[in-house]
Design a protein around this ligand. Structure first.
Ligand code: NAG
Ligand code: NAG
Length: 775
């Protein structure tokens, strides 16, 4: 992902020396107003590329900030004239019409007014001044109260997501102050220099700050630091969240940066702009404008976003163009759109693209289904196999893939504009929404009718909920929802419980992100920085004791900083690491197969699979599945068989070291098992374990390091890819397969030799130890 910027050759604002005050604000996604010390208010039309002078302000008005009155999306459109607030160095703010007429000027502060911001519903305006005061005004500009008064200038203010708190700067400190006088104030030292800009996103509730110490930081709304940037060469003079809270932009001297919400930087631009003093995103999040110290206004839009699903990789190459690449055969298709792409989603064999005016649904790449959108600001697309959900400022809409509107759930106090993928979930039959007004509550709707489920009583957890996810398979009566709460505990519960109080069972702790598999009710998540797969989470409802045995915990030591699960499709988990890179992890196909057998009551096949796979966690899953289905014979075998089978298997091992390592493997301690093999000098066995678990990179790494069995790894890898009809894309494997010849006969012979060597050595040891004991 990166920013594509554009800058006119000459600035339209008249430059005197170096400007300190220049600001921008969008009216629509294609129209921007800017004003600066030259007293001009300019309008920029991006469709016609024209810049026009709206008005020349009186000589005494030096503007410092401008903010448009919020468009009241969703709520019935009042006949509200479009106005903006303009603050100025003479201590006044001015309510100004779109035509540039000053409707009202209000004396607000001593010295300059440095910032003016409307709250989300436009019922209040806040101003901050050089005099250290913060004041709240009515919509028409009547003073309501002075919220704070301090000794130093307030450079920047922002509203909290619910417009019930404000955030402002106080030297090196940040302060969050609730409007309610008795509520608690949070204050903390945030930077080593004066803080110049703050922003607070209403979707993710995260805070940005930047200042003279040349750093920008990301905070949660309790003041906990989530990210601190390296020091830039110049002060951070501006920053701004994109409306959906997925990315933000940072401005500094000749510098524009695009960052992910976790703080790491996607892209750095070095435009010739001087300091970027103010940044603003259009409401649809597609365009960014920056007001620059050299009188320029810089425009930028985000390109090179990627979407991946199975063998397709889609890239937004231009504003209206996507490239689809099939990695199986490298075939490339280009998709062209009439308007700018705002949001897209690729899953369940469909690509859904929302542009500023239309929605496109692709099943193949030639003939999309196209329908018009009411609002041009789709902020979220979610997909289930049967249908998809569009969220815009006004509401939520379920559509079939044929483009038919199916339902549109509504609830009191709905604020669709602040929903994101963590707070809404969709399945074939259900829509779940975490309630913003009480974050312990999850609202549940029938996806087909849009009506509240069952008796209409929502689900209430004992803690605030951070993330929800509905499982995707099985009958609707069994639909379950996983939730992560404020304590980072993971819970599972059913959504259709027919009047009974639902059982909300804990299935994990320290969980930071999760995703259900698309084809079976298997859940994966990051638990304590390790990728954990809950092969059969519902087992918690039948036999809680079995739950820990049904987990697969993958070594997370190779992950860098806070990985996030993006999706879990088929056997592939896609994760994004803290530095933005994608990593993939594969899960064995057996658990999904077991789910399939259980659903179709093929218990003999299930038993055979467990015998074949020799994996204790599968036996535990089967025991739970059979119990849940009252399939007692199978359950009995599943509880007992693994022990017998396991003892026999251990008995068959060529040496004691091998049985020990396999015991570790059975209890899920893959890393420890590998270490046990290595310590016993059983290099091939350590490599083979990784091959068996499809830990390809690790297998190759070991083989290369110990200069043995590289051909074995390559041979098994080739067989694996062939089986799944895939081509090699891993660079390291491509590199090694060039110089190495794969000869299965030779490999088999080598493996035989390794095993007989191990047997011989074990025999030698036991001879030696019996000799020793005879002495
Ligand atoms: C979901 O809907 C799709 C399409 O109608 C269907 O093929 C699939 O079986 C459904 N899945 C479940 C679990 O109901
Ligand atoms: C086992 O002992 C025999 C005879 O002492 C020796 O030749 C052989 O190398 C030993 N094998 C291993 C694997 O240690």
């Amino acid at each position: 992902m990166r920013l594509k910027t554009s800058l006119l050759k000459e600035s339209k604002h008249i430059l005197f020396v170096v400007m300190e005050h220049i600001c921008v604000g969008w009216t629509t996604a294609d129209e921007l107003y800017s004003c600066s010390e030259d007293h001009q208010i300019l309008k920029w039309n991006l469709l016609t590329s024209e810049t026009s002078l709206i008005v020349k302000l009186p000589e005494e008005i030096y503007p410092t900030d401008l903010h448009w009155f919020p468009k009241t999306v969703g709520v019935k459109k009042q006949a509200q004239a479009e106005i903006f607030v303009l603050t100025s160095t003479d201590g006044k703010f001015h309510l100004t019409s779109k035509m540039g007429r000053i409707e009202k000027s209000v004396e607000a502060h001593k010295g300059a007014v440095l910032a003016g911001r409307w709250n989300y519903d436009g019922t209040a305006l806040i101003t901050a001044g050089e005099d250290g005061q913060i004041k709240i005004w009515s919509k028409s500009g009547m003073l309501r109260s002075t919220l704070a008064s301090q000794g130093s200038p307030v450079y920047s203010v922002a509203w909290g997501p619910d417009s019930d708190r404000i955030l402002y700067t106080s030297g090196r400190q940040l302060i969050i102050k609730p409007l309610q006088p008795s509520a608690k104030i949070i204050q903390w030292k945030a930077h080593d220099g004066v803080i110049l800009k703050v922003d607070w996103n209403s979707v993710n509730d995260l805070i940005l700050s930047g200042g003279e110490d040349c750093k920008y930081k990301v905070w949660d709304s309790f003041g906990h630091l989530l990210h601190c940037s390296l020091s830039h060469d110049y002060p951070v003079t501006s920053l701004s969240w994109a409306p959906d809270g997925e990315v933000f932009a940072v401005g500094s001297f000749n510098t524009l940066r695009l960052c992910d919400k976790t703080g790491w930087s996607y892209a750095l631009e070095k435009p010739n702009t001087g300091s970027v003093f103010s940044l603003a995103w259009s409401a649809d999040g597609t365009q960014l404008a920056g007001a620059c110290g050299n009188g320029h206004v810089i425009f930028a839009h985000v390109v090179e976003q990627h979407w991946e699903w199975k063998n397709f990789v889609i890239t937004l190459t231009k504003r209206r163009t996507m490239q689809v690449r099939n990695v199986l055969n490298d075939a490339v298709d280009l998709l062209e759109f009439r308007d700018r792409v705002i949001k897209a989603s690729l899953a369940h064999g469909h690509l859904v693209v929302a542009t500023s005016l239309q929605c496109y649904v692709y099943k193949n790449w030639n003939t999309p289904l196209i329908f018009d959108l009411k609002e041009g600001t789709v902020s979220l697309i979610l997909q289930a196999e049967k249908h998809f959900l569009l969220v815009d400022g006004a509401g939520l809409y379920t559509f079939s893939y044929e483009g038919r509107l199916i339902s549109s759930p509504k609830f009191p106090g709905m604020r669709a504009d602040i929903l994101n993928a963590q707070s809404v979930s969709l399945s074939n039959d259900t829509i779940a929404i975490r309630d913003k007004s009480d974050e312990k509550v999850i609202l549940l709707f029938d996806a087909l009718t849009g009506k509240a489920l069952g008796d209409g009583k929502p689900l209430t957890h004992k803690q605030e909920v951070l993330e929800i996810a509905l499982d995707q398979c099985g009958p609707s009566t069994d639909r379950k929802i996983a939730l992560i709460d404020k304590n980072r505990d993971l819970y599972l519960t059913t959504v259709r419980h027919l009047g009974r109080e639902p059982k909300i069972c804990k299935i994990g702790s320290m969980v930071h992100s999760m995703a259900w598999n698309d084809a079976a009710n298997i859940l994966c998540g990051i638990q304590d920085n390790q990728l954990t797969v809950w092969y059969y989470p519902s087992v918690v409802f039948t036999d809680k004791e079995l739950l820990p045995k049904t987990l697969c915990i993958k070594d997370g030591s190779e992950f860098r900083r806070a990985p996030q699960v993006l999706n879990y499709i088929g056997t592939k988990v896609t994760l994004r690491q803290g530095d933005g890179s994608l990593v993939y992890s594969s899960v064995l196909p057996f658990p999904a197969l077991l789910h399939e057998y259980s659903i179709s009551a093929r218990w003999e096949d299930a038993l055979r699979l467990c015998c074949y796979a020799k994996d204790q966690s599968l036996w535990a899953c089967l025991a739970g599945m059979a119990m849940a289905n009252r399939e007692l014979t199978t359950a009995e075998m599943a509880y007992a068989l693994p022990r017998v089978q396991y003892i026999n298997f251990l008995r068959e091992q060529p040496s004691k070291e091998s049985s020990l390592a396999h015991m570790l493997l059975f209890s899920g301690q893959v890393q420890e098992a590998e270490a046990a093999f290595l310590q016993a000098g059983l290099i091939y066995q350590a490599i083979q374990v990784n091959i068996d678990l499809y830990n390809w990179e690790r297998a190759l790494e070991l083989a290369v390091k110990h200069k043995t069995h590289v051909d074995t790894v390559l041979a098994y890898r080739e067989k694996f890819l062939q089986k799944f009809g895939r081509k090699e894309t891993n660079k390291r494997f491509l590199q090694y397969s060039e110089g190495v010849e794969v000869d299965w006969e030779k490999i088999q012979a080598k493996i035989e030799m390794e095993l007989s060597k191990e047997r011989e050595r074990a025999a030698n040891t036991s001879v030696r130890s019996s000799v020793a004991s005879r002495r």
